[in-house]
Structure formats: structure tokens, C-alpha cells
Write a protein that binds this ligand. Structure first.
Ligand code: ADP
Ligand code: ADP
Length: 226
């Protein structure tokens, strides 16, 4: 667990577009923040800068006490869950879950214990020996969540993780994500354009517009405002 601090974070792309215009935000330990706002407002750019997938062109991002601007994604102690799941197609579910831990030299017994725990939490124990193509969309998204959980990261970053699922499954999965996040207490930053998803998940909502913060508040304060 950790705080995430955005200190006047900016992004100007090589072509000259300024997508993020000086955003400052303190995300508390264990807090669930949802970023919302119209298409093109800079949500994805901001998330990708925190993840280390996009260079920061101004200001500073800190995870805990550490300035992470110049750290590789692997050194930031975060796990990201993507819309397209990003599973390795040639590996089984078990191998997908274990892969990142194996790369960092986690002992085998520890890997097995963490994979078993994640499989139990996400109820994917019966699919461990299948390949992703033999799973439904919802099952794949559970595996993607499992892969984030086994890392025991300081923070989760979610990039529209449910938008490829049908409406009914989205409702189920968002409830599960909320439950899991509270249980693990992992600080989370979540991007979505779905208002219900945002309201259900967020401790605080951050509304972006034109690369700036327009509003920050609890879901009811924002959506019930006059
Ligand atoms: P959102 O996620 O809210 O839809 P984005 O962060 O994707 O917004 O985009 C914010 C702005 O940055 C948009 O004007 C978009 O066109 C621009 N943008 C996004 N990615 C790039 C890129 N790789 N190069 C140049 N401009 C980009
Ligand atoms: P690892 O970094 O655990 O060895 P990979 O080799 O699959 O795992 O990762 C390649 C890059 O992608 C690394 O920078 C890693 O941090 C990042 N990465 C892998 N899985 C995730 C994830 N679930 N969330 C965020 N980053 C990830």
C-alpha cells in the first residue's frame, strides 16, 4: 500500500499537443480514485504517466516517498489491469499468473501460494490449466486481475478494464473489483467513461476536462450537485 502524489504533472506530446496541464492530486493510502471525463480529456495519458508507459514532461509523480518519473514500470511497484486483458496467449492461466513473479526470482513455493490465493479470491481455480483462448471474456478479466494481485503491488492502475464485457458482467465485475480492493486495501487509480462504474467504485471521483481537474469529490457530491 502507498500514497500516490501528483505534483503539477504535465504532458506535452512530441507533436505539440498538451494533453495534461498541470495536475496536482494526493491519493491516500488505500483510496480508490476514479478518473472520469469526456473523450480526449487526458485520462489515459495521466494513468499511463503514473504507470511509466508514457514519459512525464513536467512536474512529478511519487508513489509512497519515491519519485518515480524516471523509473521503469517494473520498478514502480504498481500493477496495471488493461481493457484488452493483455494475457500471454501461449501460456496457461497458471503460467500467466506466475510469470511476473518468476521473472523477479520469487521462490517457487511462494509463487504457488500466491497463485493459489489469487485463484481462490477470483474463483478461477478450475481454469488454471487452460489457455486464455478457452476462457470467456469475464474469465479472462479475472485472470488479468489475478495477475495484478499476485504481485502484491503498492497500487493498482485500471485502464477501462470492464469495457469489453457485456452489461450484466460489468455489473458483477465492478462489485467484485470493489470488494477485492477494499479487502486488499491497495491504493487504486481507475479510468472509465462509464458513470455507474465510477459511482460504484470511487471513494473520490476526479473529473478531468481539457487536461485539467474540473472537480474532485465523493460520487454523490459530484453527481447530485445542482
Ligand atoms: P482520454 O483518455 O481522456 O480519452 P487521452 O489521454 O487519450 O484522453 O488524450 C488526451 C489528448 O492527448 C487528446 O487530445 C489526444 O488526441 C492526445 N494524445 C493521446 N495520445 C497521444 C499521442 N500518443 N500522441 C499525440 N497526442 C496524443
Ligand atoms: P515482470 O515485470 O513482473 O517481470 P513482465 O515481464 O510480464 O512482468 O513485464 C514486462 C513489463 O510490463 C514490466 O515493466 C512490468 O512491470 C510490466 N508489467 C507486467 N505485468 C504488469 C501488470 N499487471 N501491471 C503493470 N505492469 C506490468
Amino acid at each position: 500500500m502507498a500514497t500516490i502524489t501528483l505534483d503539477n504533472v504535465q504532458k506535452t506530446y512530441a507533436g505539440g499537443t498538451t494533453a495534461v496541464q498541470g495536475i496536482s492530486l494526493d491519493i491516500r493510502d488505500g483510496e480508490f480514485i476514479v478518473l472520469v471525463g469526456p473523450s480526449g480529456c487526458g485520462k489515459s495519458t495521466l494513468l499511463r504517466m503514473v504507470a511509466g508507459l508514457e514519459a512525464i514532461t513536467g512536474g512529478e509523480v511519487r508513489i509512497g516517498e519515491r519519485r518515480v518519473n524516471d523509473l521503469d514500470p517494473a520498478d514502480r511497484d504498481i500493477a496495471m489491469v488493461f481493457q484488452n486483458y493483455a494475457l500471454y496467449p501461449h501460456m496457461t492461466v497458471r503460467e500467466n499468473l506466475a510469470y511476473g513473479l518468476k521473472n523477479r526470482g520469487t521462490p517457487k513455493a511462494e509463487i504457488e501460494a500466491r497463485v493459489a490465493e489469487a485463484a481462490r479470491m477470483l474463483e478461477i481455480g478450475q481454469y488454471l490449466d487452460r489457455k486464455p483462448r478457452a476462457l470467456s471474456g469475464g474469465q479472462r478479466q479475472r485472470v488479468a486481475m489475478g495477475r495484478a494481485i499476485v504481485r502484491k503491488p503498492a497500487a493498482f492502475l485500471f485502464d477501462e478494464p470492464l469495457s469489453n464485457l457485456d452489461a450484466r458482467l460489468r455489473v458483477t465485475m465492478r462489485a467484485e473489483i470493489r470488494k477485492l480492493q477494499k479487502r486488499l486495501g491497495t491504493t487504486s487509480l481507475y479510468v472509465t467513461h462509464d458513470q455507474l462504474e465510477a459511482m460504484t467504485l470511487a471513494d473520490r471521483l476526479v473529473v478531468l476536462n481539457g487536461g485539467r481537474i474540473e472537480q474532485v469529490g465523493r460520487p454523490l457530491d459530484i453527481y447530485h450537485a445542482p
